[in-house]
Design a protein around this ligand. Structure first.
Ligand code: BES
Ligand code: MN
Ligand code: ZN
Length: 486
């Protein structure tokens, strides 16, 4: 899909050439600046009660009189925020997507200015609602006929719009990469596949990519990661990919992604219902790869390191057992009381490995706990950090990207649950505050750098009829990383 922008004024929209015109109405009345034939059509729809100007409402008009475009969709935003604008644009694209339109032009149904955030929103919304999973369902109908999206803006807004389009493009491509890989089933998305994705990105964008195998991880003393991987016949991969956009001396941003390509729970086996969904337990890894792609494309002046510990969590005769004690790379010992709390076991060694980069900040991203889904549902990712500055940056990025996260507590009191009589810590801390005790576990491995943890168990995936991966939190992470420049 090709994205462009074009200078236009609200009183020239009726003569604009395109297959479909999607016009966002932000106010609660027809804007006097709107071109007469369009204003007439909109007024008529309002007068007949076919459209109300509330968020989520829209109308599709085919071959409207006096208008060059064969199709017009008016979509109400119910406000002038970027969030409302994005939702309206998504509605409009869905309306025209099932028509024969190939070239859609999107603009405001009246006067108003578009910022870089609006432009980013258009691109990400368009790519979001035209993505279709086909990898193991090639019979699926074509995703969309849309091949060109033009953003209509004023001359004064062109620069901002250009910037936003470029950023939106990079983020959308990253989101789609994350979605695609989290959607692929466990037998089509193994640790080896994830390593190949990283290598391919490496070739495309001249990144340094290193993939460690079991032997290399044994040498490094990653006893915790190895214990999770040990019962799978699928070889583990420890992926390290670097984007160098600044001098070597500049401390990098490090992203760590949980890459469990299937989580059965291990010997602490999960119940059968919906176990299929545990193929997205590499959603953290996928979003880190998606962010890497976005950053590599946008080329900001900073250094980024992405670390992905990846394996399957399987039960078998040689599987790690409840009660087993393993030694992590940090030297701290861990009593594994529940083999289903495996995410923290692979992340802790990756967090220790991260120390060698002397990071400016480390963010780990993981579908870590069912408890986080219970606490926050599917709208906000859980944000955990003891660092107020990092928390502020993360919240700012979350607002800018329309990819929300919510800060959760990380007080020392929550650490008590991890006490073990047989090791430095246990890998679970009981059901209450399960997302927090999981974060407290990770915190024990992050003393050497500023750190934040994102629990995306609720936000990386949609259940129900629209079942599938969301590509989150690529937008949040990309904005966070971009904000680390200078
Ligand atoms: N991958 C799961 C967490 C998860 C649950 C992600 C639901 C997405 C949706 C994780 O490895 C896990 O099994 N966590 C356990 C931890 C428990 C044993 C302390 C959980 O949440 O039940
Ligand atoms: Mn698990
Ligand atoms: Zn898991």
């Amino acid at each position: 899909m090709d994205f462009r922008h074009q200078i236009s004024s609200p009183d020239a929209l009726a003569s604009h050439t395109c297959d479909a015109l999607v016009l966002v109405v932000t106010g609660d009345a027809v804007d006097p600046a709107l071109d007469a034939p369009l204003a007439a059509a909109l007024s008529d729809a309002l007068a007949h009660g076919d459209l109300t100007l509330k968020a989520g409402k829209s109308i599709y008009i085919h071959r409207p009189a006096g208008i060059r475009a064969a199709r017009v969709a008016f979509v109400a935003a119910g406000g002038s925020t970027v969030k409302a604008f994005k939702a309206a644009v998504a509605n409009g694209i869905k309306l025209v997507n099932s028509s024969g339109a190939k070239h859609v032009a999107i603009g405001l149904a009246g006067a108003g200015s578009l910022t870089d955030a609006h432009a980013e929103a258009v691109v990400t919304a368009a790519r979001e609602c035209t993505y279709l999973y086909r990898h193991t369902k090639p019979s699926a109908p074509a995703a969309s006929k849309l091949d060109k999206v033009t953003l209509l803006c004023t001359k004064a807004d062109v620069k901002a719009v250009q910037l936003g389009v470029a950023r939106g493009h990079a983020i959308a491509a990253g989101v789609n990469l994350a979605r695609e890989w989290a959607n692929r089933p466990g037998n089509h998305c193994t640790p080896t596949h994830l390593a190949d994705v990283a290598k391919k990105l490496g070739k495309e964008y001249a990144l340094k990519v290193e993939v460690l195998d079991r032997k290399a991880c044994e040498k490094l003393g990653m006893g915790s990661f190895l214990s999770v991987a040990q019962a799978s016949t699928e070889p583990l991969r420890f992926i390290v990919a670097r984007y160098d956009g600044a001098p070597k001396a500049q401390a990098p941003v490090v992203l760590v992604g949980k890459g469990i390509t299937f989580d059965t729970g291990g010997i602490s086996l999960k119940p059968g219902g919906e176990m299929d969904e545990m193929k997205y337990d590499m959603g953290g890894a996928a979003s880190v790869l998606g962010t890497l792609r976005a950053i590599a494309e946008l080329k900001p002046k900073l250094n980024l390191v992405c670390i992905i510990p990846s394996c399957e969590n399987m039960p078998a005769g040689n599987a790690v057992k409840p009660g087993d004690v393993v030694t992590s790379m940090s030297g701290q010992t861990i009593e594994i009381l529940n083999t289903d709390a495996e995410g923290r076991l692979i992340l802790c060694d990756a967090l220790t490995y991260a120390e060698r980069f002397k990071p400016a900040v480390v963010v780990d991203v993981a579908t870590l706990t069912g408890a986080c889904v219970i606490a926050l549902g599917h709208h906000h990712s859980g944000l955990f950090t003891a660092d107020d500055k990092v928390a502020g940056q993360m919240q700012a990025a979350s607002q800018k990207s329309l990819d929300p996260c919510w800060r959760m507590p990380l007080d020392e009191e929550y650490d008590a649950g991890l006490k073990s009589n047989f090791a430095d810590m246990a890998n679970i801390g009981g059901r209450p505050g399960g997302a927090i005790t999981a974060a407290m576990f990770l915190k024990r491995f992050t003393a050497k750098y500023p750190w934040a943890h994102l629990d995306i168990a609720g936000t990386a995936w949609k259940s129900g009829a629209a079942k599938g991966a969301t590509g989150r939190p690529v937008p949040l992470l990309t904005h966070f990383v971009l904000a680390q420049v200078g």
